[in-house]
Write a protein of this length. Structure first.
Lengths: 132, 128
């Protein structure tokens, strides 16, 4: 299997939610993401620019709700401090201090249940000189 | 708040060697040369980066992603399932939603991922 199964791209990231309507308002209003017009009453998608997030209620598939693990989806923002302030203004709890790895900074914030989302900005160029 | 894109999706694992084999060789994803270390290896999945990493070396405990968090687009779900089975993996039965097909498989850490293909056009007539 030299090239494996040739996975071409990620069609969507499923975000487990307990209340799809409430979650949709959060993704639309607090995060400012665009709702995909192909969404239906039972399948709601948001576009982030490069990959689709699908809000999925696990109960509809007979599964228990489990939140995303810590820092799963890392959203690129122009400025982490600005994003952090805006989230807090919108009543969203940001977890801990903004971290700085030396090449990027970020902050994890809470959706209704988990700590699965993070705002992030790489400020250092990559080894080849390019920048995000 | 202005979200520009998803920089990466964190894929928590417990064994980097097994994970590198799965994501690099079995799924056929390209390893990003900018990966910062042996316990944080980034793979390019076409439109988004996956950061395959070990929580236990990053000061928190491993928890698997919820089932079918990441849906990978493949050309043909049955063919992908057969290839992974020939490599010794167990793949769930293929489902068909009426617009797309999918089959679940576990990575070595127990993250349930989805092999996925939409075959129906969208309402505007375009196809994936």
């Amino acid at each position: 299997m030299a090239d494996g199964i040739d996975a071409q791209r990620v069609d969507f990231i499923a975000v487990p939610v307990e209340d799809r309507d409430r979650a949709a308002r959060f993704y639309e209003d607090a995060l400012g993401l665009a709702r995909n017009p192909n969404s239906t009453d039972t399948w709601v998608e948001f576009e982030t620019g490069n990959v689709t997030l699908a809000l999925v209620d696990p109960k509809t598939a007979g599964q228990e709700f489990v939140p995303l693990p810590f820092g799963s989806i890392v959203l690129r923002v122009p400025d982490v401090d600005v994003a952090r302030a805006k989230l807090q203004e919108a009543g969203v709890e940001v977890v801990g201090e903004t971290w700085d790895s030396g090449v990027c900074n970020g902050a994890v914030f809470k959706d209704s249940k988990g700590k699965g989302l993070c705002v992030h900005r790489r400020y250092a160029p990559y080894a080849d000189g390019t920048q995000p | 708040m202005e979200v520009q894109r998803v920089d990466y999706v964190r894929v928590p694992v417990t064994d980097m060697e097994a994970a590198n084999h799965f994501y690099g060789e079995l799924l056929g994803l390209e390893r990003n040369p900018n990966s910062p270390g042996d316990d944080w290896v980034e793979y390019e999945a076409g439109n988004v980066t996956l950061a395959v990493m070990t929580p236990h070396t990053h000061e928190y405990e491993f928890t698997a992603l919820p089932p079918a968090t990441i849906a990978f687009r493949v050309t043909d779900v049955e063919e992908a399932k057969a290839k992974l089975e020939s490599a010794g993996l167990e793949v769930n039965e293929v489902w068909d939603s009426g617009a797309c097909k999918g089959a679940g498989v576990s990575d070595p850490a127990g993250n349930r991922i989805l092999l996925h293909r939409r075959y129906a056009p969208y309402p505007d007539g375009t196809t994936p």
